[in-house]
Design a protein around this ligand. Structure first.
Ligand code: CA
Length: 230
């Protein structure tokens, strides 16, 4: 959950801003003085700083200049429309954006969201994940995702889905699947594969699969559609 720090001394403004930030599901913290900003940033975990320029002790400009020596946190200035705004626009203060008072909380929220998006690195495929269409498998971790949803699989469900994922589109017979997945469970019966296919299909539907992922080929076996569209 992103954490937004607001430095603002006017109670009415602070209240409406905090309300709007929390309505987004973000964590919002509030300080009244410029001198409280840096100590809070040093504790870590702040994703965006909203900084009023007209603070009672130190101006927001001075706060920003000081914090830039040690922090890259995105800063959005809250400015009055008079000379403050001219300074924001005209000087290299190290801020990233500004909102001039009076402003709508919605406008400010949009600016914060833009900052959050920019500072969140694009989701890299972590080491160990192999992608097949809409699936990703981490064999070392025995994990499979569909789209971005981690599937909660039993050991045999994982084995079955992994075996099918190894050759998307290929039809694997029940005997082949039994060999690969249940080699250590000789007591398993004929219905074992079918039963697990059924529970897998239900879990995939729950994960948002809107097509037939595991196709039945009557008399032959099963094949997997990874959802890849060319
Ligand atoms: Ca103020």
């Amino acid at each position: 959950m992103p954490t937004i720090l607001l430095a603002e001394d006017e109670a009415a403004i602070a209240q409406s801003v905090l309300f709007a930030l929390r309505a987004e599901g973000w964590q919002a913290e509030h300080v009244l003085l410029g001198g409280q900003v840096l100590p809070r940033l040093r504790q870590g975990g702040v994703d965006v700083l909203i900084l009023d320029v007209g603070l009672p002790d130190i101006s927001g400009f001075e706060v920003c200049r000081a914090l830039r020596a040690e922090s890259q946190v995105p800063v959005i200035f809250l400015t009055a429309r008079d000379g403050e705004l001219d300074r924001v626009l005209g000087l290299e203060l190290g801020g990233d954006d500004y909102v001039a008072k009076p402003f709508s909380p919605r406008e400010l929220v949009a600016r914060v969201r833009a900052r959050l998006r920019r500072s969140t690195p694009p989701q890299a495929q972590p080491e160990g994940w192999r992608v097949h269409g809409r699936f990703a498998i981490d064999e070392a971790g025995h994990r499979i995702r569909f789209d971005q949803c981690m599937l909660e699989l039993t050991r045999y469900e994982y084995g079955l889905l992994a075996a099918l994922l190894a050759r998307p589109g290929a039809v694997l017979s029940r005997a082949q699947l039994m060999d690969r997945v249940w080699q250590d469970a000789p007591e398993s019966g004929d219905r074992t594969v079918d039963t697990h296919v059924k529970t897998l299909r239900a879990k995939l539907r729950d994960a948002g699969a809107d097509f037939e992922v595991i196709k039945t080929h009557r008399g032959l076996g099963y094949a997997l559609d990874s959802g890849e569209r060319s």
